[in-house]
Design a binder for this molecule. Structure first.
Ligand code: ZN
Length: 319
């Protein structure tokens, strides 16, 4: 498909859609306890989310997480959906031989044995600023947590991938309240008004980079990783979790836009769409062990030519 044709297709697609056939589930304590009745995996031994404690995590040398096409615009049209229990941003579903496949970001490295292709992202949040995230990091529950879903390239669809322990990897990012708006996140937040009603879908007429939503790659060098599950039914134990401990900023204004999304036709807001903590059991949480970095910077000193000692290298100092 050439770019012009893609644009025409996009123009037809942009706009609202009603979504049907989405599986309903609730987040009250009673409802969460009942997830396992319909979905046996929800009662499994490798469930998510869990409590992460930096002092209990096992330091392990492992490669960095390589994020390919991190700075490229996401292929569109991007699809924003309010499914009644979260808001999701999805990439278009392209056949394996579609030339636009090569623009889809993917990751490898860390403890992953394959490449994992971006599928989309969604959020979990609370109605107050001291709750909302699913994972708890060092006893802190952040107001919102973003999950970026990647599918193992060896499986054709997310549905297939859910049947395998190496099916998905999910990157988890926390946000904390800040006075300033998070400009990158505004790419999503300013479009939430289009999916205020439950079961609505909106094709964005814009695109952006993953990098605009995330910390700089330097700030993503340290992460925690463990084997777990989807945090919503069917709770498939198919997820390698990779969690980044340093929270990103979000303003109260932006936070409230999430809290305005409706979970049903009575306009009940989606709030507290986070699963209760699950037992770690015999699982281990690893933290990437970093090599001690020796950083150098040039001194501001200038050296006059006649004082230059040709036997010495230019002066550098340790910090
Ligand atoms: Zn999630």
């Amino acid at each position: 498909m050439n770019k012009c044709l893609l644009l025409i297709v996009q123009l037809f697609l942009i706009g609202h859609f009603k979504v049907s056939g989405i599986h309903r589930f609730g987040y009250s304590n009673y409802e969460q306890r009942n997830w396992r009745r319909e979905h046996i995996s929800c009662g499994g031994e490798m469930q998510s989310p869990i409590r992460i404690d930096s002092f209990k995590a096992i330091p392990l040398r492992m490669p960095a997480l390589e994020m390919i096409r991190f700075h490229d615009y996401l292929p569109g049209p991007l699809d924003l959906t309010n499914n009644g229990h979260s808001v999701t941003l999805s990439l278009p579903k392209l056949p394996e031989d579609d030339p636009y496949q090569k623009y889809i970001p993917y990751v490898f490295g860390a403890r992953l044995h394959n490449e994992y292709v971006l599928e989309g992202l969604h959020f979990h949040w609370g109605d107050t600023n001291n709750q909302g995230s699913e994972h708890i990091f060092n006893d802190i529950r952040f107001p919102i947590e973003m999950h970026i879903i990647y599918r193992n390239r060896k499986y054709d669809t997310v549905g297939d991938a859910l049947n395998y322990t190496d099916g998905l990897t999910v990157l988890g990012f926390f946000f904390q309240i800040s006075e300033k708006e998070n400009k990158g996140l505004s790419n999503i937040v300013r479009n939430l008004k289009h999916v205020y009603s439950v079961n609505t879908r909106y094709m964005l007429n814009e695109t952006f980079t993953l990098a605009s939503l995330l910390p700089s790659s330097d700030d993503m060098e340290r992460f925690y990783t463990y084997k777990g599950s989807l945090t919503t039914p069917p709770c498939s134990e198919a997820v390698t979790w990779i969690l980044f401990p340093d929270p990103l900023p979000i303003s109260v204004y932006q936070m409230n836009k999430f809290r305005n999304l409706a979970s049903d036709t009575n306009q009940t807001p989606i709030v507290k769409n986070y699963r209760k903590l699950q037992k770690i059991g015999s699982r281990r949480v690893f933290v990437r062990k970093m090599k001690e970095k020796i950083r150098y910077h040039k001194t501001n000193e200038t050296i006059s030519y006649d004082k230059w000692d040709w036997m010495m290298r230019p002066k550098r100092s340790k910090v």
